[in-house]
Design a protein around this ligand. Structure first.
Ligand SMILES: [Zn+2]
Ligand SMILES: [Zn+2]
Length: 195
């Protein structure tokens, strides 16, 4: 358990926790908390170090009213959007990809590892699916026009790097793959953008 950044009484805490998020963002509590947060943390995106369009992201909305420094993180608009963009996959399932600060740090180190393993060619081959967030082997095979075994191997290599993650809990056929878009967003910093 971590200490609250800005301790308040239980009644205030409950009221902050239950009010609509938009109302919460307008409270004096939140304004004060932001101020304290930036007194102790750099005013830049935790992921890409940008100093523009900064937001504070809540890992867990239940922490509202009793946030510790581990419950929130400073992200630029673009990284924030990429993180939230991960939350709903192409089937409409909610994907809570980043749980806490440690999880975010882990995802960043996976991306750094992946970046060091991926050459530009492999990156470009996987790019369309990173944008989609989901593909089947058949979709991938049709796109690349290469034999099924080669396609599976390529996707499997990505799975080993956790760029493509399998979702066993959703009972999706083993030949379906998800690409973690947030990790992809991190990888993209070092690769050319193709539109
Ligand atoms: Zn950023
Ligand atoms: Zn957020």
């Amino acid at each position: 358990m971590s200490n609250p950044i800005l301790p308040v009484d239980k009644k205030t805490q409950d009221s902050l926790n239950f009010m609509p998020y938009q109302a919460f963002l307008n409270t004096e509590y939140w304004h004060e908390l932001r101020k304290i947060y930036y007194e102790h943390n750099p005013r830049k995106c935790f992921v890409c170090r940008s100093k523009n369009n900064l937001h504070l992201h809540h890992f867990n909305y239940d922490s509202r009213g009793k946030e510790s420094f581990n419950d929130i993180v400073c992200l630029c608009k673009s990284c924030h959007f990429a993180l939230h963009g991960n939350q709903r996959d192409s089937h409409g399932f909610v994907f809570t990809g980043i749980e806490n600060l440690q999880d975010l740090k882990d995802k960043i180190s996976i991306a750094e590892h992946a970046r060091s393993m991926l050459d530009n060619k492999t990156y470009m081959m996987l790019l369309p699916f990173a944008k989609e967030g989901f593909c089947t082997v058949n979709q991938a095979r049709e796109f690349w026009d290469i034999p099924k075994t080669k396609t599976i191997k390529l996707l499997q290599q990505s799975a080993d790097l956790q760029i493509v993650t399998l979702r066993p809990s959703l009972k999706i056929k083993p030949e379906s793959f998800f690409i973690n878009r947030f990790i992809w967003h991190l990888i993209e910093f070092n690769f050319p953008k193709i539109n």
